[in-house]
Design a binder for this molecule. Structure first.
Ligand code: NAP
Length: 517
């Protein structure tokens, strides 16, 4: 059916879901590529995603800022080599302003569903307030850390004090001089615990599993260095390169399961623990019982000192229940508390779709992914044309910055979008056999990773499969996605017939890849 000019004008070339690090990066790169017919939809009031929403005390990044920033926008203003949440949020707002992305963002808008119209080659996207948006391409950039995971404990509703989750921090909760319980000892807990310890009357940390910890080589960046960085961005680029390759070279120690890669880092982490914690009983409690890297290795120089403060108690008896007055542990002791902090992580999606999408023939993505989400390069899945995922299945960072994955994927998606425009294609859909081969490779490689060596973590789905992290080096992943290969996709032409990629399609994606390199 022919579309009126007005209808055609309202059709977006790209709808992006989420204005966090990857969605914002996508918007910036579209503008750089000359594409202005796009919109980013975000449920929040500003850019930043997890860095806008996570405001718990001590919140920061355990990847150095020189790498946890866009490669095209090094920033001279970081006050520390490891940035805190406030500065990362500020940096992302700076990028959105500098690259002119704000006018392209529609805030306070939740996307509820998306249906592909095969005849028109369009996604009909619905919002929570009942509106429909049409777009030729949809890019989901929703990230894994948006919904807090509230661990359920018997009697939780009886507690008369205050309860707060780190992922939805309530700044009205008073901690000064209070008796505080902290549940969890993961990446978040080791930031919040030290940040609040000196304020509270006493702190009880409820630990279920001790983690491997490495010291955090943080340092202040003095004004003189900032001035040098402002003048010579090359300095920042070299710094970034150094951090990137250090992470790449140490990746096998974090990723692979074999003992030859475990002995050295376990020795380093154990000797750090031995140097910092003299009390053998406390040291024993803090000693992990699983292989290095199976769960996320924590980076903290103040967790062990905090655990040794007089008014801090590390409780390793399991939580039995929550009472009116506090937390009762399995040994029958009731820890009386004024505030309970849940640092129990996020509901990370392993199955089902981040948006309710209906693809070719009305097939449901939720249904397709009910046993586990899978996508070719983590980016596209068969039967759902012109739909792309950023930091999708299998492409989370195990050892480096998530931005290194997102940027590589953005380049790939832009090549696909440009190809669609050039050939006026109705649909670009990955071939099922191509996707399967990739997924099989990911499963095979995951069997060699330490993530499946027997510990429980958010990396694994309930059936013990890794479809979260990339089981390899980022440099290798970047090579995989450097060029969008049209031959791996089914291309549907403007008349609804399948078309073959031409030599110029290959050349143009190749040239785009070269330009981005
Ligand atoms: P997490 O790694 O899932 O840790 C949750 C903690 O809560 C664990 O110690 C867990 O114990 C404990 N827990 C959960 N349920 C429990 C229960 N029922 N009873 C007792 N303890 C329970 O979550 P997270 O610390 O929020 O970190 C999640 C991810 O966010 C990180 O791996 C990281 O990727 C990201 N993050 C990154 C940064 C950064 O600096 N870039 C900072 C914070 C978070 P078990 O270990 O026994 O399960």
């Amino acid at each position: 059916m022919a579309r009126s000019k007005k209808e055609a004008q309202n059709i977006l070339e790209v709808a992006i879901v989420g204005a966090g690090v990857s969605g914002l990066g996508m918007g910036i790169q579209l503008l750089k590529a000359g594409e202005t017919n796009f919109k980013i939809f975000d449920k929040g009031h500003d850019v930043g995603g997890t860095w806008r929403d996570n405001t718990y005390p001590g919140c920061g990044c355990d990847v150095k800022s020189s790498l946890y920033s866009y490669s095209f926008e090094p920033w001279a203003e970081w006050s520390n080599s490891y940035a805190k949440q406030g500065e990362i949020y500020k940096y992302l707002r700076h990028c959105a302003t500098k690259y002119g992305v704000y006018p392209y963002i529609q805030f306070n808008t939740s996307i509820t569903g998306s249906v592909f119209d095969e005849q028109a080659g369009l996604w009909n996207i619905t919002t929570a307030d009942g509106k429909t948006i049409q777009a030729r391409n949809v890019v989901t950039a929703v990230g894994p850390f948006s919904a807090p995971k509230v661990a359920e404990f018997k009697g939780a509703e009886k507690f008369k004090g205050k309860t707060v989750h780190t992922a939805a921090w309530d700044h009205s909760v008073e901690l000064e001089g209070k008796r505080v319980g902290l549940i969890g000892t993961g990446a978040t807990a080791v930031q919040v615990g030290p940040a609040i310890a000196d304020k509270v009357k006493n702190l009880v940390v409820f630990q279920r599993t001790a983690n491997w910890i490495m010291p955090r080589p943080d340092r202040n960046i003095e004004e003189a260095e900032k001035a040098l960085n402002r003048k010579t961005p090359l300095n920042m680029k070299m710094n970034r390169l150094g951090v990137y390759w250090f992470n790449e070279l140490t990746a096998p120690f974090l990723i692979l399961k074999y003992d030859m890669f475990k002995a050295q880092p376990e020795k380093m982490s154990s000797s750090y623990l031995a140097r910092k914690v003299k009390d053998p009983e406390l040291r024993k409690k803090l000693t992990p019982t699983f292989k290095f890297g199976c769960k996320r290795v924590l980076v903290s120089s103040d967790w062990y000192p905090t655990m040794q403060k007089e008014h801090v108690h590390l409780e390793t008896n399991a939580i039995d229940c929550i009472t009116e007055k506090g937390i009762r542990t399995a040994d029958g002791v009731e820890h009386e508390l004024d505030v309970i902090i849940y640092a129990t992580g996020y509901e990370v999606r392993h199955t089902g779709s981040p948006i309710d999408a209906k693809g070719i023939g009305g097939a449901s993505l939720n249904e397709k992914w009910k046993e586990g989400s899978e996508a070719y390069q983590g980016i596209s899945t068969a039967g759902f044309p012109n739909l792309y995922f950023l930091v999708g299945p299998f492409t989370g960072p195990g050892h480096t910055s998530v931005i290194a994955y997102a940027e590589a994927q953005i380049g790939y998606v832009i090549q696909a979008i440009k190809l669609r425009q050039k050939r006026k294609l109705k649909a670009i859909s990955v071939k099922p056999e191509v996707e399967k081969k990739f997924v099989d490779t990911m499963d095979f490689r995951s069997d060699h990773t330490v993530w499946k060596s027997g510990c429980a973590s958010w990396y694994l789905s309930p059936n013990g499969r890794n479809n979260t992290l990339y089981p390899g080096l980022n440099a290798e992943y970047r090579m995989r996605v450097a060029r969008f290969n049209p031959a791996e996709y089914v291309l549907t032409g403007p008349n609804g017939k399948i078309v073959k990629p031409t030599m110029t399609d290959h050349v143009s994606t190749g040239l785009m890849a070269l330009k981005a390199a």
